[in-house]
Ligand binder design. Structure first.
Ligand SMILES: C[S@@+](CC[C@H](N)C(=O)[O-])C[C@H]1O[C@@H](n2cnc3c(N)ncnc32)[C@H](O)[C@@H]1O
Length: 248
């Protein structure tokens, strides 16, 4: 189960970097009714509310929803799991999904459902990580391997669609117009000890397993993590996200 507070301190600090570009298309069209899909603890919701949008935020995880509901009483919060959404067709002017599409088992089905709830002319923007440029998290995988601890992260069907040409094709197949994918690169600057604690405590599907090991194993992984992360201590971890956008 996710620890929403730890997720919010760690991963959400990382994911908040793409919120500006993600909301740029919605901002240009002055879209008032915005769907934040896979809202997590609410980095997109917070920014969209600040822009004056009427925000509906959905997530599959009730722990995330409990935190976002407490923090953002002016957003409409609903539990929903893609590829299904509990909304009538053409309800939203804009859809923003920050690092959720990579978690959804049925990518094509999810895009068709997002197309259904978006009004004609509305905008959609979705992000996911470029996995081979994601040092802020790959350093954990490398540390587990270096510590010689067995590791079998969950397989993601999304990896079949995670390049710009493949995802653009999938958006077009779902009926979206002018689909395109941009890259967003930055340096994720964090205190290395704090980053370790937040990622391990957040309990997500990939790194939550670290804390399930005996303390001496956790310490072995941690010392490899610190060794591997130290070169990034000054300038931050280089990371890259893809940002897909299209209209209906
Ligand atoms: C990496 S987090 C991103 C959260 C937030 N958008 C952010 O940028 O911090 C992914 C979120 O998607 C949610 N999620 C995963 N699979 C989902 C699905 N099939 N439908 C809806 N939400 C899902 C998770 O519960 C989690 O809150």
């Amino acid at each position: 189960m996710t620890n929403a507070e730890a997720y919010d301190r760690g991963f959400a600090h990382l994911s908040s970097h793409t919120v500006g570009p993600l909301l740029a298309t919605a901002r240009e069209s002055l879209a008032p009714r915005l769907l934040d899909v896979g809202c997590g603890t609410g980095v997109v919701t917070a920014a969209a509310l600040a822009l004056g949008a009427e925000v509906t935020a959905v997530d599959a995880d009730p722990v995330m929803l409990e935190l976002i509901a407490r923090r953002h009483p002016y957003a409409t919060i609903r539990q929903a799991t893609l590829p299904e959404l509990p909304f009538e067709g053409e309800l939203f002017d804009a859809i923003a999904g920050n690092f959720v599409i990579n978690h959804v088992p049925d990518t094509a089905g999810a895009l068709k459902e997002l197309h259904r709830v978006l009004r004609p002319g509305g905008t959609i923007a979705l992000t996911w990580w470029k996995s081979d440029e994601m040092t802020a998290t790959s350093v954990f995988t490398e540390a587990i391997t270096a510590a010689e601890v067995p590791y079998d992260p969950p397989r993601r069907p999304f990896s079949a669609h995670d390049t710009p040409p493949r995802f653009t094709a999938l958006l077009a197949e779902a009926g979206f117009q002018a689909p395109a994918v941009d890259s967003v690169r930055w340096r994720h600057q964090v205190d290395l000890e704090t980053w370790w604690t937040d990622i391990v405590e957040s309990g997500g599907p990939r790194f939550g397993v670290i804390a399930d090991h005996p303390p001496e194993t956790v310490e072995r992984i941690r010392s490899h993590y610190l060794r591997l992360a130290t070169p990034y201590a000054q300038e931050g971890f280089p990371v890259c996200a893809y940002l897909a956008h299209a209209t209906r």
